[in-house]
Design a protein around this ligand. Sequence first.
Ligand SMILES: Cc1cc2nc3c(=O)[nH]c(=O)nc-3n(C[C@H](O)[C@H](O)[C@H](O)COP(=O)(O)O)c2cc1C
Length: 247
Amino acid sequence: MLTNDVLQQLHNHKSIRAFQDRPVSDEVVATILSAAFAGPNMQNFQPVTFIEVTDQKLKQAVTDRVGMGYIASAPRFFVVAVDWHKLLIGQSAENQAMIKEKISSYQFLEGGIVSAAIALGRAQVAAESLGLGSVTMAGVMGAFDLYEKELNLPDYVKPVMGFSLGYPDQEPGIKPKLPLTGSYMKGAYDEDQMVAAVTDYDQTMKDYFASRGMDNTWTEHNAKLLAGTKINDGLTAYPNDKELNQH
Ligand SMILES: Cc1cc2nc3c(=O)[nH]c(=O)nc-3n(C[C@H](O)[C@H](O)[C@H](O)COP(=O)(O)O)c2cc1C
């Protein structure tokens, strides 16, 4: 395989969940986020807004709710929202009605979520290039009612993810990923190829977990994670409440 500095950095990625007690300047945040937003997004609608939670009490309340200490302890924490509200600004009443119809569709929710995911991935890479670490968290959505109450969110602005940022205070090691055959199909989907890739990866992850004192394969670990996952029905209804994905 080819390599260069960017590729090496991409391969060195690890999510960071423990942060130094060292401030992250506004300049660093602006540098990371402007690089994130320089990326592809749906029709250049730029339907993503990062809302930084600056109130430490709210960060603590979110941590208490979702059980992730690396929200309250992160020097900077953001709620990442799909934001179609910005398209309504400056439009006539007639256009607003037309736009609301469109942005309430699943099509736009999906486009917004993918745009947010791309921005998050780029923010993570930009942060790592500056020696910072971060973690992207779907689990923070367990506190969506707090964001609704505390963050002054208009209709058509729907949080989808959390993002904690800071200087790393841990060296968690790189988590091995599936062999490329488990994430890349050529021509058509090949079930045998996928089964072989997962079987191969199970051994890789058995060794990885063993090095951390755990007896698990990837498939076993996945089943345990999923068995312990409680589906939040409120969250399923939330896009409708937010006038996103009504049809
Ligand atoms: C959609 C998504 C949701 C995630 N949710 C959480 C989360 O709620 N809590 C958490 O600690 N990490 C979360 N992560 C981070 C993943 O656990 C992590 O990326 C994955 O285990 C691979 O590890 P790595 O990032 O160190 O390579 C999430 C990542 C993504 C992309």
